[in-house]
Design a protein around this ligand. Structure first.
Ligand code: ATP
Length: 629
């Protein structure tokens, strides 16, 4: 059962171009709406009761999706009715299907109408990774529904000839970033006039990020050709001034749906994510993450965030000395490699992924740019930093599968950054946890996050609590080893590894491209968690003797392992993050172990794929729904 709060507004709507001029009127209407708030109880509905086409329901069943999440319950009927929507719901709450299902249903009825000369739907997302993810989801639904709809994914880096080829089959749906549409206009591969005639639905996904990714001008240019009758959907994980700005720029007469579990801001993070923190000095962070991973007091799979690419390499080099293999993800890697790394991690080929998230890389980009400007700095010029992809976004919105733990090795630089990072676990009906390592320098930012999450609640009841499963003794027992190894991970070794990794990935990326063209289902090519150093970990570092670990930590570790076994996860996750047994078995058969992978669409019975469908029940969520203009 959900609590639904409606805000309704009158139907007067300004034309897009006039929105900014009529801001004052808009605000007045908002106030009226606030006064009309009402709270009603809504029963849970099934997909059938939401009015979805039986083909879509069958497709969902095949994907193991049985019941709608709260945002799907709320948004689908409105979208089917043709309403403009602003939907705000927590990360991982199922917003993608909330708009995709009704969008496809609407296009089903059009699929016979081949008179159109341009697409019926644009889905605009902030990053290429997201674009790939959404494209994969749409493609698989279309395939499972067996309907004659075509979707294409465009990237602004594509040559005009590739864009033209992609659009030649007259797709109904285009998934891309906002920058790409004006490029298509400029290249003459999309006709603004044809878009004005044909576009029925415009979706802006991860709307809270679009402006901060610098797409404002692109969006304005897209909007200028969007017909008045086109339905507009704006999906967002957080509320921020950018979402309001977009709302005014893009929507008219929207229904605003805000899902939350109460009035507190903690709702921004799913309640099925337990949030912990550990206070430690900056130099003790390596020691603490080693303790967390090596003593196995956190559940795999684990996604660790760092704030710089060098830090990612430092951590990888450090961990591999202890026999913990991890893969690296950042914006300087070629796109094919990035997508492949995400696919491999999702498929369960490795348990530890170290990601440098997009916001922090903006800083690196700026620094790199500054370095390039400084003509006197010859050293910098010689060691020109590699170009980071402007449309990179591995963190926000990416649906990492079955991540049980998110570790903030470095604290994110903003509350929104924290929410998006933590939202990579506990997705849909699953649960997860997060551990933030907080140094004294980061304490102020951490307190800001705590305050935000606490909202109006008693400040003493912190949402992020101290991590309970690691004793000081257990950490100290590893100190000597950790400090010794940390010394061997020098700046030079980091720089060399980073350069080597980039060189390898550029070669890999070409291979991946060529290979996938010939073998679109082969995922096992080029493992991304290969060790960087040539020497194998020393046995005394790889295997920590049990007597070093105190009883309390051993108990915690046992619980984690039991829980993993209960989830059926131990089969998938070999000790030390190495390749798991299931993969080994398949490799021995001689075939391609992951013949289930298809970067362009359906995911097969790949590792971890089927299991995703088995969702655990979380507590019932109360939700608020607001209707407003
Ligand atoms: N009704 C459902 N039942 C079970 N799983 C679902 C359901 N709807 C979506 N999912 C799964 O939940 C995961 C998260 O969904 P999705 O990526 O759409 O979340 P989101 O709200 O867009 O998150 P974010 O804001 O982080 O992008 C996906 O793996 C998706 O397949």
């Amino acid at each position: 059962m959900g609590k639904t709060k409606f805000k309704s507004m009158d139907d007067t709507k300004p034309e897009l171009e006039e929105v900014e001029k009529t801001e004052e009127v808009e605000e007045q209407r908002d106030i009226v709406v606030e006064e009309e708030e009402d709270v009603v109880e809504e029963p849970e509905k099934s997909f059938e009761e939401l009015g979805l086409d039986s083909r879509l329901i069958r497709a969902l069943t095949k994907k193991g999706i049985e019941k709608p999440t709260s945002i799907q319950q709320s948004a689908i009927p409105y979208i089917l009715e043709g309403k403009d929507i602003v939907a705000r719901a927590k990360t991982g709450s199922g917003k993608t299907l909330a708009y995709l299902l009704p969008l496809l249903q609407k296009l089903f009825s059009e699929s016979g109408n081949k008179k159109k000369l341009a697409p019926s739907a644009f889905i605009l997302v902030p990053s290429r990774e997201l674009s790939q993810q959404v494209y994969t989801e749409v493609s698989s639904l279309i395939e499972l529904c067996r309907v004659q709809l075509k979707v294409v994914q465009l990237a602004s880096s594509m040559p005009a000839s590739d864009m033209r080829n992609a659009l030649a089959g007259l797709p109904e749906i285009i998934v891309t970033t906002p920058a790409c549409i004006p490029k298509c206009f400029a290249a003459g591969v999309l006709e603004p006039k044809a878009i004005s005639d044909s576009l029925e639905i415009l979706v802006l996904d991860e709307a809270d990020l679009l402006l901060s990714y610098g797409y404002e001008e692109n969006l304005k240019s897209v909007i200028s050709v969007i017909p008045r009758r086109c339905q507009r959907l704006l999906m967002s994980a957080t509320t921020c001034s950018d979402v309001d700005k977009l709302k005014k720029l893009i929507l008219h007469n929207p229904t605003v749906i805000t899902l939350q579990e109460g009035n507190d801001k903690e709702e921004a993070v799913p309640s099925n994510v337990q949030q912990f923190w550990i206070s430690c000095s900056a130099q003790d962070k390596l020691l603490h993450i080693l303790a967390l991973l090596k003593l196995e007091v956190v559940q795999k799979k684990i996604l660790t965030f760092v704030n710089s690419i060098d830090m990612g390499f430092k951590l990888k080099l450090f961990l591999e000395k202890f026999g913990i293999k991890s893969a690296i993800l950042n914006g300087e890697l070629p796109q094919n490699s990035r997508l492949h790394i995400i696919e491999q991690f999702n498929a369960g080929l490795f348990d530890y992924l170290i990601a440098t998230d997009d916001n922090n890389q903006t800083k690196e980009k700026e620094e790199a740019a500054k370095g390039e400007d400084n003509k006197e700095n010859k050293q910098n010029k010689k060691r020109r930093k590699p170009k980071l992809d402007a449309e990179f976004g591995v963190v926000r919105g990416i649906d990492f599968k079955k991540v049980h733990t998110v570790i903030n090795y470095d604290m994110p630089l903003s509350v929104t950054g924290y929410i998006h990072r933590i939202g990579r676990t506990g997705r849909a009906f699953s649960s997860g946890s997060s551990v933030s390592l907080v140094s004294s320098d980061e304490m102020e930012g951490f307190e800001e996050i705590q305050d935000f999450l606490a909202g109006d609640k008693d400040k003493d009841s912190d949402i992020i609590t101290p991590f309970p499963s690691l004793t000081k003794n257990a950490v100290e027992s590893l100190r000597y080893r950790a400090e010794d190894v940390a010394k061997s991970v020098t700046k030079i070794s980091i720089r060399e590894s980073r350069a080597q990794d980039l060189r390898n990935e550029i070669i890999n990326s070409e291979k991946l491209k060529a290979h996938f063209e010939a073998n679109p289902k082969d995922l096992d090519l080029l493992k991304h968690d290969k060790p960087l150093s040539k020497t194998a970990p020393a046995p005394h570092l790889k295997d920590i003797p049990e007597y070093l670990v105190d009883a309390k930590t051993q108990e915690a570790s046992k619980r984690v392992k039991l829980a993993r076994a209960a989830m059926g996860g131990s089969r998938r996750s070999g000790g030390g993050g190495g390749r798991n047994n299931a993969n080994k078995k398949r490799s021995r058969k001689g075939g391609d172990p992951l013949k289930t992978f298809n970067p362009n669409g359906k995911r097969g019975r790949g590792v971890g794929q089927k299991k995703d469908s088995k969702v655990s029940k979380d507590g019932s969520t109360e939700h608020k729904k607001q209707k407003t203009v």
